[in-house]
Ligand binder design. Structure first.
Ligand code: NAP
Length: 312
């Protein structure tokens, strides 16, 4: 086998990718993980993970991912912190993936590229990104010590971000376009019980504005989703927590996707439309989107890859 030919190449380094690597490694498959530049996936920008089994006191997201990575390495996976920029899958095995000018080939491939935070898509939001607009409270919350901030969204992420931001901000307002929430009841109750959190329903952010001189956010214009009325709402930070988009650009025209870009796998399986190519984690799951379910599907993908190779 040539140096660059692997039994399986895993693209992605979140819970799905590393778990696939642990299982593939233990099955004695020659395994390469292309981790991307910012390895570790979404848990790297999460604070405490309270619901990953095995950690009764909770664990910090980055620490958990270091455990995942170390375990993948222990079972012999080769890990490379490079970004895959081209894949050739349609012609069948050996599948090819190019990263930073080097082409790697494999008899099977596991796609575990995850999903990325979504933004509102308004022009002024873009102008203030990194200057008061953020999609990551864990990364940027620290800069808002003693300030008033708002979080957009009504899902678990929005409530988690709001709760985390109360460590720094003097006040956190959760802005949501409805008055019912996708977030779990425990998260909503926790926010309601937190004196630093206010919930403002029936609003969407129409514009972000700030000081021209310093370029930092001073407020947002809110549009009432029932009446259409516009109001000024002064805040110094705006955190967007409105869901994610799957990282599937690389696979367009090769792997089947649904209308929102998530990879389609066979029901209850990780097999894609191309034999020998499997997909695991958030890249193919817009429903559960948990570290534990991502890890579970990474395990499934590695087992499927191993059985596929055995059957050849
Ligand atoms: P989500 O559940 O899809 O919620 C997205 C929220 O953003 C919804 O409230 C949605 O409003 C709102 N939204 C979407 N587009 C919008 C727009 N353009 N303008 C304004 N609001 C917009 O996403 P998520 O909160 O990121 O959670 C994703 C998954 O991860 C869920 O399964 C969640 O349970 C899980 N999660 C779990 C935890 C935890 O257990 N600790 C933490 C974080 C996430 P509508 O409701 O009106 O559509």
């Amino acid at each position: 086998m040539s140096d660059n030919l692997y039994d399986t190449i895993i693209i992605g380094s979140g819970p799905a990718g590393y778990t696939a690597a642990v299982y593939a490694g233990r099955a004695n498959l020659k395994t390469l993980v292309l981790e991307g530049i910012e390895r570790g996936g979404q848990l790297m920008i999460t604070s405490e993970v309270e619901n990953y089994p095995g950690f009764p006191q909770g664990v910090q997201g980055p620490e958990l991912m270091e455990h995942f990575r170390a375990q993948a390495e222990r079972f012999g996976a080769t890990l490379k912190s490079v970004l895959a920029d081209k894949v050739e899958l349609k012609q069948g095995a050996p599948f090819k993936v190019t990263a930073e000018g080097v082409t790697y080939t494999a008899r099977t491939m596991i796609v575990a590229t995850g999903a990325t935070a979504r933004f509102l898509g308004i022009e002024s939001e873009l102008a203030y990104k990194g200057k008061g607009v953020s999609a990551c409270a864990t990364c940027d919350g620290f800069f808002f010590r003693g300030k008033e901030v708002a979080v957009v969204g009504g899902g678990d992420s929005a409530f988690e971000e709001a709760n985390f931001l109360t460590k720094f901000a003097s006040k956190v307002t959760l802005l949501h376009r409805r008055d019912t929430f996708r977030a779990s009841k425990i998260m909503v109750d926790r926010a309601k019980a937190n004196p630093k959190i206010a919930i403002k329903p029936f609003v969407e952010v129409a514009e972000v504005y700030g000081e021209n001189q310093t370029g930092t956010v001073t407020g947002v214009k809110l549009k009432n989703t029932e009446t259409g009325a516009i109001e000024d709402f002064p805040v110094q930070g705006l955190f967007i927590a409105i869901g994610h988009v799957p990282n599937t650009e690389l696979f367009k025209g090769q792997l089947d996707m649904d209308e929102t870009g998530y990879l389609v796998t066979k029901p209850g399986r990780t097999a894609t439309n191309i034999a020998g190519v499997f997909a695991a984690g958030d890249v193919q799951d817009h429903y559960y989107r948990q570290a534990i379910t991502a890890a579970g599907s990474g395990c499934q993908a590695a087992i499927e890859a191993e059985r596929y190779l055995e059957n050849l």
